[in-house]
Design a protein around this ligand. Structure first.
Ligand SMILES: NC(=O)c1ccc[n+]([C@@H]2O[C@H](COP(=O)([O-])OP(=O)(O)OC[C@H]3O[C@@H](n4cnc5c(N)ncnc54)[C@H](OP(=O)(O)O)[C@@H]3O)[C@@H](O)[C@H]2O)c1
Length: 237
């Protein structure tokens, strides 16, 4: 059985990934989100609010006896409040950073500690964004977190080169996908995000990827990754 731990499986890319993967009975998906949208015999849902550090710290990855491969996909993220630094609520800034960088960092740490000695293909996919390199005004917490996630992936890669415990890590920017996150962008105000018109235009011109198409491409990459010997990262879909 191939096991997948995927955060943010209640909508968008995470939902599409969980749905596509559970179409194959050789896969088992453990999904994490506040809401449950998928009910299948090879899907288990962990209701969790990833804006709470206590919830993140409390989670333990399960023991694995019959796994053929184990994959963690840190997918859950939010743009949070779209507004300039200096105008944000401190609480929302803290919760966005917790969801977008603290939760994935701690999940990587827990995952690698738990499965260090298991000799099966072990993969971490951190879902990144072009926003890690572009300082979009109004997206301060999100851009900061995605830049941090990319560095975290680089660090894991570096450490695996030194002490190879068999983990591969990929930081993948999936492109612009037609999900709730894009709706949140289009619902923001021009005064808080100067590039709003561009994102409205992309939707009007039907230029967004479908979550299912991105999920299929990602799953193909993960399957290929299981036969790769080396660590690789920063793949842009
Ligand atoms: N859409 C794009 O154009 C785009 C572009 C580049 C990168 N990405 C990246 O792709 C990934 C998926 O984004 P998406 O577009 O699919 O977003 P989405 O449709 O808004 O889905 C976000 C997921 O994250 C979960 N989540 C949000 N807050 C949470 C919380 N407090 N606790 C637990 N789970 C939480 C949501 O679940 P609940 O609400 O049920 O908790 C949901 O399942 C993200 O990492 C995003 O940065 C997206």
């Amino acid at each position: 059985m191939d096991y997948y731990f995927i955060t943010g499986t209640s909508s968008g890319l995470g939902y599409a990934l969980a749905k596509q993967l559970t179409n194959d009975k050789n896969n088992f998906v453990v999904g994490f989100a506040r809401h449950l949208e998928l009910e299948r015999s090879n899907y288990s849902h962990k209701h969790i609010d990833l804006s709470s550090i206590d919830n993140i710290l409390d989670y333990d990855f399960p023991n694995m006896n019959n796994a053929s491969s184990i994959t963690l996909i840190n997918n859950a993220a939010t743009l949070g409040e779209i507004a300039y630094i200096g105008n944000l609520s401190d609480e929302r800034l803290a919760s966005t950073l917790t969801i977008d960088i603290i939760a994935p960092a701690i999940f990587c740490n827990k995952f690698m500690r738990k499965y260090k000695t298991i000799d099966v293909p072990k993969t971490i996919i951190n879902i990144g964004s072009g926003a890690s390199k572009s300082p979009y005004d109004g997206w301060g917490a999100y851009c900061t977190a995605k830049a941090g996630l990319e560095m975290l992936s680089d660090i894991i890669e570096k450490e695996q080169e030194i002490t190879d415990t068999g983990f591969r890590v990929h930081n993948i920017a999936p492109g612009i996908i037609d999900t709730k996150m894009q709706e949140d962008i289009r619902n923001s105000k021009h005064a808080n995000f100067s590039r709003l018109d561009k994102f409205v235009e992309l939707k009007e011109e039907n230029k967004l990827y479908s979550p299912d198409d991105v999920a299929i491409e990602l799953i193909r990459l993960i399957k290929d990754s299981n036969s790769l010997q080396t660590v690789s990262h920063r793949i842009a879909l």
